[in-house]
Write a protein of this length. Structure first.
Length: 300
């Protein structure tokens, strides 16, 4: 196999994820180099991404490197990958999921329930906003942008009483000690694909698909396929007020989803479905079913 080049963003989390894949490939006898780059999503820090085109902004430049042959694979947090890849690209591998849950991070309080009335909580995720507001409508939810270290620094500078981050990112970077509590999924349903890494290649690179196949984790892939199909059925942007999370027990996949009006006070719309799932297409069909239920209930 000729040497493999991994295209990656240069945030500490993205680099950790790329190095994780690099070491797995090196264990299989590959020579691997990293090609780091900055994406629009990394540069636009003064606005919430939903205002400037969503999280595809973390992906585009990596796909250009694949298209131009400067890289062979791109490693992504699947939560940041738009539901439909551009023509000519495909997901060659979904790896075993890290903790998919959201984490409560604070220097003063142990939990969401312990926060005083009107406490300031930082997040820029519309999903987290609507889920937090459903539990604590009194909270003052403020935007929080930047990479993980920047967000933690903003908390430590006293800009927030607490912030909400993905447990996966903190754990991967050895920052689990910053976690005061992890939300159970029935309290804060995760984003589609949260905690899962996906490897993108140019379509047709069957040599890479063969190389990457043993790194795929089938049950994660089935769950993420169902979750992403919910999001796709509601427009497919990564920055929607939508939560979708699937678990697999044996061959039975259970899918839960929730959608909220970011500005409104209407109650969250929820939908669940389960089924015996044998392949990715069946998982996606379950997601489409849940998306249709949410649309019928008013989600858009
Ligand atoms: N762009 C935000 C983002 N994309 C992926 C992760 C966490 C890692 C993952 O979900 O795999 C994060 C950080 C967060 O939500 O706190």
């Amino acid at each position: 196999m000729s040497p493999i080049t991994i295209a990656t963003r240069e945030s500490r989390l993205a680099l950790w994820q790329a190095h994780h894949v690099k070491s797995l490939l090196e264990q299989r006898g590959c020579q691997v180099t990293l090609l780091g780059m900055t994406t629009k999503g990394d540069e636009i820090l003064d606005r919430t991404l939903s205002k400037v085109g969503g999280k595809g902004l973390f992906v585009k430049e990596l796909e250009v490197a694949l298209e131009e042959g400067r890289a062979d694979i791109a490693v992504h947090s699947l939560k940041d990958v738009p539901m439909d890849l551009p023509e000519g690209f495909e997901l060659a591998c979904v790896m075993e999921r890290e903790d998919p849950r959201d984490a409560f991070v604070s220097n003063k309080y142990d939990s969401l329930q312990a926060l005083p009335q009107g406490a300031v909580v930082g997040t820029s995720s519309l999903r987290r906003v609507v889920l937090l507001r459903a539990q604590r409508p009194d909270l003052k939810i403020e935007p929080l942008r930047g990479n993980l270290d920047t967000r933690l620094r903003k908390l430590d500078d006293g800009q927030y009483d607490a912030i909400i981050l993905a447990a996966a990112g903190l754990k991967r970077l050895g920052l689990a000690s910053r976690i005061r509590g992890v939300f159970e999924t029935d309290q804060m349903l995760p984003a589609a694909g949260q905690g899962a890494l996906g490897i993108e290649i140019r379509a047709g690179r069957d040599d890479l698909k063969q190389l990457l196949a043993p790194m795929a984790h089938q049950s994660t892939w089935l769950c993420v396929a169902a979750e992403r199909a919910v999001s796709r059925g509601l427009g497919g942007s990564c920055s929607m007020p939508l939560a979708a999370h699937a678990t697999l027990a044996g061959e039975v996949l259970q899918l839960r989803a929730a959608w909220g009006e970011p500005e409104g006070t209407a109650p969250l719309l929820r939908s669940t479905a389960s089924g015996t799932i044998a392949d990715i297409d069946a998982a996606a069909r379950l997601g489409e079913q849940v998306a249709a239920q949410l649309r019928a209930a008013g989600a858009h």
